[in-house]
Ligand binder design. Structure first.
Ligand SMILES: C[S@@+](CC[C@H](N)C(=O)[O-])C[C@H]1O[C@@H](n2cnc3c(N)ncnc32)[C@H](O)[C@@H]1O
Length: 320
């Protein structure tokens, strides 16, 4: 990344219309500890956070941005074409070690889940508006939701609904969905909608929230989201230099639980097997400390302005 004062085409408004970045000022403030450092935006999306981070960097600083979605990558390549401090790559963040050697980063950001653009683009199959084909892939690789659903048995689908979205009625819902698949119903959002409608006691005011949770559970499986979070965050901790910061934004409880569990691996002093009577590891294995003792939450004004921000939780840690 070369020296330059060049600014992105649309610096801090980058992303508007495509995706409104959540807690962008707070994140740039907490993450950019060294304006000359090298940073990672693991989830570029509309490039809103990236623009804000670049504003904080000196001409010597650098930012590498990843996304698994080709549309997001092309958008960012174009938006930052005159920004020599920025490098944009299409990759899953589980592969970030290929771009960020150990101890090279002053900061890394993971803004998890899907962008507003992905949700809004009907052809991507993330939304439950009527007649949407069940695709849900963030990248173009791997099987679409419809292919996976037809291969799952009732037990697998029920455990996915339970594991990814804490759905109590998972077993009944899985059976109804798979009965419709076997009956040859078209693999669209309507199939899921009808299955949700058949749940006993389903009321109009609960329908959309249940549909969102079913879609979320299937989407997480299609994209191996929890596997990606675990591998990506472990790689990010390895890529941070001492004093470097990792910021992670999650949007629902299952996602946040995985973030917390993965961070906890690096917060342990002792990593001996629990059945060892005495510590053999030296007891000084902790490699991160919390920067925010409790997860950061968006301001009331931001929650008002951006409904997507309402469920956001920001965790920030520092490599020690
Ligand atoms: C919430 S949006 C990020 C929005 C972004 N921070 C902004 O300011 O516009 C999440 C983005 O991460 C991408 N993504 C999700 N999981 C990914 C993964 N495992 N590897 C790379 N990109 C991923 C999605 O394709 C999506 O574009």
């Amino acid at each position: 990344m070369g020296r330059s004062d060049a600014r992105p085409r649309n610096p801090s408004n980058q992303g508007h219309g495509y995706h409104l970045p959540v807690m962008a000022d707070e994140i740039a403030e907490l993450m950019v500890v060294d304006p000359d450092g090298r940073y990672l935006d693991a989830t570029l999306g509309g490039g809103g956070h990236a623009g804000r981070i670049l504003e904080k960097l000196s001409p010597k600083g650098g930012l590498i941005g990843l996304d698994r979605d080709m549309e997001a990558v092309e958008r960012n390549k174009l938006a930052f074409e005159n920004e020599p401090r920025m490098r944009v790559e299409r990759a899953e963040f589980s592969r970030l070690a290929e771009f960020c050697p150990p101890g090279s980063l002053s900061g890394a950001l993971f803004d998890l889940g899907v962008s507003s653009r992905q949700l809004d683009a009907k052809e991507r199959g993330f939304s439950f508006v009527p007649g949407t084909a069940l695709d849900m892939r963030m990248g173009s690789e791997g099987p679409a939701a419809s292919d996976l659903i037809s291969g799952w048995d009732e037990w697998e689908l029920a455990s996915i609904l339970r594991r990814n979205s804490d759905i109590d009625e998972a077993k009944r819902l899985a059976r109804t969905i798979l009965e419709a698949v076997e009956a040859g119903e078209e693999m669209t959002s309507d199939l899921i909608r009808k299955a949700v409608d058949k749940l006993p006691g389903m009321r109009d005011e609960n329908r959309n929230s249940m549909l969102a949770r079913v879609f979320q559970a299937i989407r997480m499986e299609v994209n191996d989201e929890m596997g990606q979070v675990q591998t990506g965050m472990r790689a990010a901790v390895a890529a941070l230099k001492t004093g470097g910061r990792l910021c992670v934004l999650s949007y629902h409880s299952v996602e946040d639980r995985k973030v917390k569990e993965t961070l906890a691996e690096f917060e342990k002093d002792c990593i001996c097997a629990p059945n060892l009577p005495v510590c053999m590891c030296g007891g000084n294995n902790r490699s991160i400390r919390k920067v925010l003792r409790k997860p950061g939450l968006p301001s009331d004004a931001e929650r008002e302005r951006n409904p997507r921000a309402r469920s956001a939780k920001l965790r920030v840690v520092e490599k020690i």
